[in-house]
Design a protein around this ligand. Structure first.
Ligand code: B12
Ligand code: SF4
Length: 479
């Protein structure tokens, strides 16, 4: 009898519960849908190493409701269902788990991603997931699937051997295996399994063509911004040759625009130059955008980036007040921000500034300094966030220690995810509502500036993008 193939689904849940994040809410809710690269990598390794083709059900890209998922699951009854869980979409994943338990009770459920990585025990205790994967999941999930496939009967002893895995043992106890080392050789990974999704459904309001693909060329970050989960995580990167191979694969399919989603693409100056040279020499005629830091760019690098097709850079500049930059341990000066923005402008690269208001010691005066800086550096795009201490970050621990934060509310949320949860902000001078009002005002004032409106109209490509931008403008006007 032929061996039964494993049926493995990855589900991105619909947005049933919406916890307002620190980002500008209207932009966060906008119809920009991004691919889940983490899942695409896990799926690609499964296919390459075990020959198992998985299915990715992206409820947001496909407009699926819980009812639609219920129909699919009752028919398909997958062996394993995987979820990529952020703290902010935990509740939505849990809603789908309820359906799985009802329609396909024999399916095993696995949670991977940032939330189970930060709260492994608490996540398993919620009773939704049979397994959790901590950290980078390609190898761990592959090992888990092999285990489920073989089911040789050694039970827990075999699961015990899978590094980076957490699970509930038969006696009900929670087992968290030793951690797995993160992937050292990123070139050794296959390209993300984009064949499992419809790339044309991943829209971006600020893209410059109608068809773009998101790629990731490095992992981790050596910097130490206090609010960030990636603070001082081991930095690894793909070689320029390997990145170019992925780009060529897409160019053959007529995709010429790329969003390089790395947290900071230019950490290695040499790698950046080599990459740009390869792109220029290959005559591929691509356009791409990156994120970087003002202290990781210079005139020559910007010239290379521009010549190879880089049309926009996202900068987390955070503040125009040196006091606040230092508090956030950003490691840059206001002067560096001004210089790099001037240089990027000189090279004709669009600059998107991410600013952050409301960190604990920030006063009205500091916020004015940020707004003044924005007037001086004149970015083409602006994202204003509110500084919210995220789970288990350095900032969160620091404020807990200083007793500014009175209770470990993220731990409470991890133990008992409550749909009524509201993300708190901590500032010496403003309450949470005042910060939201300020954020709305800053964002609105920026995008309703006639110069910016004109600039956006000029850059609009195609009806779909026009519609997205108009919708966003309407929301801004009507708020
Ligand atoms: C792209 C991105 C987004 C995108 C897409 C997210 C997505 N679905 O991938 C968008 C714009 C939607 C987004 C939104 C938000 N994001 Co975000 N985002 C990122 C970013 C920059 C890159 C993610 C990525 O693609 N990484 C590359 C892949 C390869 O890594 P990965 O996703 O971690 O996946 C690996 C492992 O986690 C694991 N894994 C992941 N999923 C699964 C599933 C299974 C089954 C298994 C086995 C393994 C597994 O294996 C993967 C391969 O090794 C990260 C920062 C970062 N560098 O990770 C922040 C990050 C994930 N985001 C974060 C936050 C806070 C947010 C927002 C709240 C921000 C906001 N708007 O205010 C929202 C929340 C959205 C929501 N509803 O949940 C935090 C997460 C904190 C947390 N505790 O959850 C991060 C870490 C940023 C940070 N610096 O702090 N984000
Ligand atoms: S905010 Fe950016 S530069 Fe700072 S630690 Fe996080 S990823 Fe690194």
């Amino acid at each position: 009898m032929p061996k039964k193939e494993m049926k493995i689904f990855f589900i991105i849940p619909p947005n049933i519960h919406y916890i307002e994040p620190y980002a500008y809410v209207e932009a966060d809710k906008s119809n920009t849908v991004r691919p889940c690269l983490g899942l695409l990598y896990v799926a690609a390794v499964l296919e390459r190493d075990l020959g198992i083709e998985t299915r990715i059900i992206d409820s947001n890209a496909d407009g699926l409701t819980l009812n639609d998922l219920e129909n699919i699951l009752s028919k398909e009854k997958p062996d394993i269902v995987g979820f990529s869980v952020l703290t902010f979409n935990l509740l939505n994943c849990m809603e789908v788990c309820k359906i799985i338990k009802k329609q396909s009770p024999l399916s095993k459920i696995c949670f991977g991603g940032w939330h189970p990585t930060l709260y492994p025990k608490e996540t398993l205790e919620l009773g939704c997931a049979d397994y959790i994967v901590i950290g980078e999941g390609e190898q761990t999930f592959s090992d888990l699937v092999s285990y489920c496939k073989e089911k040789k009967g050694n039970g827990d002893r075999k699961l015990n051997a899978i590094k980076g895995l957490g699970y509930k043992a038969e006696d009900g106890s929670i087992i968290i295996n030793p951690p797995r080392k993160s992937v050292q050789n990123l070139d050794g990974l296959p390209f993300p399994a984009y064949d499992l999704v419809d790339t044309t459904k991943y829209s971006n309001i600020l893209a410059c063509t109608g068809n773009s693909v998101t790629i990731m060329t490095s992992r981790g970050c050596p910097q130490k911004c206090v609010f960030c989960d990636l603070r001082r995580t081991p930095y690894r990167f793909r070689s320029p040759v390997n990145i170019l191979e992925e780009i060529k694969f897409w160019v053959e399919k007529n995709v010429r625009e790329f969003f390089i989603q790395d947290d900071n693409f230019t950490i290695s100056r040499n790698r950046t130059i080599e990459f740009c040279r390869l792109v220029i020499d290959s005559d591929l005629d691509i356009k791409y955008k990156i994120s970087s830091r003002v202290d990781f760019l210079d005139d020559e690098l910007l010239c290379y980036l521009k010549s190879s097709g880089c049309y926009r850079i996202y900068f987390g500049i955070e503040s125009g007040s040196q006091k606040i930059l230092d508090y956030l341990e950003k490691g840059v000066t206001v002067e560096q921000i001004e210089n790099t923005f001037r240089l990027a402008k000189k090279h004709g690269i669009d600059r998107c500034a991410y600013i952050m208001i409301g960190s604990y010691p920030e006063s009205q005066r500091d916020i004015y300094k940020t707004l003044d800086l924005i007037k001086r550096i004149k970015p083409e795009h602006l994202h204003c966030s509110i500084c919210a201490p995220m789970p288990k970050t350095y900032l969160y621990h620091k404020l807990l220690e200083e007793e500014v934060i009175k209770k470990d509310y993220w731990l409470e949320f991890a133990k008992n995810p409550d749909p009524a949860f509201k993300i708190p902000f901590f500032n010496q001078f403003f309450d949470s509502q005042k910060l939201r009002d300020l954020q709305n005002k800053i964002q609105k004032q920026f995008y309703l500036n006639p110069m910016i409106v004109l600039q956006e109209i000029k850059k609009t490509r195609g009806f779909k993008q026009f519609l997205m931008k108009s919708k966003m403008a309407f929301k801004l006007f009507s708020k």
